[in-house]
Design a protein around this ligand. Sequence first.
Ligand code: PLP
Length: 227
Amino acid sequence: MHTDIAQHLKDVHQRIRAACLAAQRPEDSVQLLAVSKTFGADAVRAAHAAGQTAFGENYIQEAVDKIAALQDLPLQWHCIGPIQSNKTRLVAEHFDWVHSVDRLKIAQRLSEQRPAHLPPLQLCLQVNIDGGETKAGVAPGDALALAKAVAALPRLQLRGLMTLPEPAETEAQMRSVHRQAKALLDDLRQQGLPLDTLSMGMSADMGAAIAEGSTMVRVGTAIFGRR
Ligand SMILES: *Cc1c(COP(=O)(O)O)cnc(C)c1O
């Protein structure tokens, strides 16, 4: 299984390289976040041994246990799952990045609870490009106001946007959702927010996401296998 992880990482890097080449983008313009949710610390160790350092987790308590078990490794941890108010302290104390903030209240708590001895928490706003009203993520029309409010908070550094689109019927539909996310990021930058991150694309759609401007793909299944 662990030799599989090393091989899968090679394959994913190859897919990223090919997508960058096709889009005439530099290879190093896209970072790989390995999504290790539901997999144990041993799987993360195997990925680290194969050169991977950035890991994404959805379930906060599971992540905190894993982070503790892997203290001996220089890893970077990204929270990509839903955050309830009562979990913000764990996120502020244990993670390097958070991608899934869609409310000012959560950002305020993260800012207040980020320990002074740690660097600022790197933050992306989750944006709901394609979904209905019940879906997580700020509506595109509300993103600018939220981004400005979050950018003003201490102990956080606003880096960009994250999207989690529903699988679309066709590649063209998928790419249209990705394109709207990129356009929104460009809009916010035009408004003076210094953003450099578009967290977009997973195992199934990383090629399309890179074609449309993703700077960070979040890949689980293609590295660790089925959950
Ligand atoms: C699980 C998850 C991923 C990884 O999805 P795969 O299809 O396994 O690559 C990426 N982003 C988020 C927010 C997730 O919850």
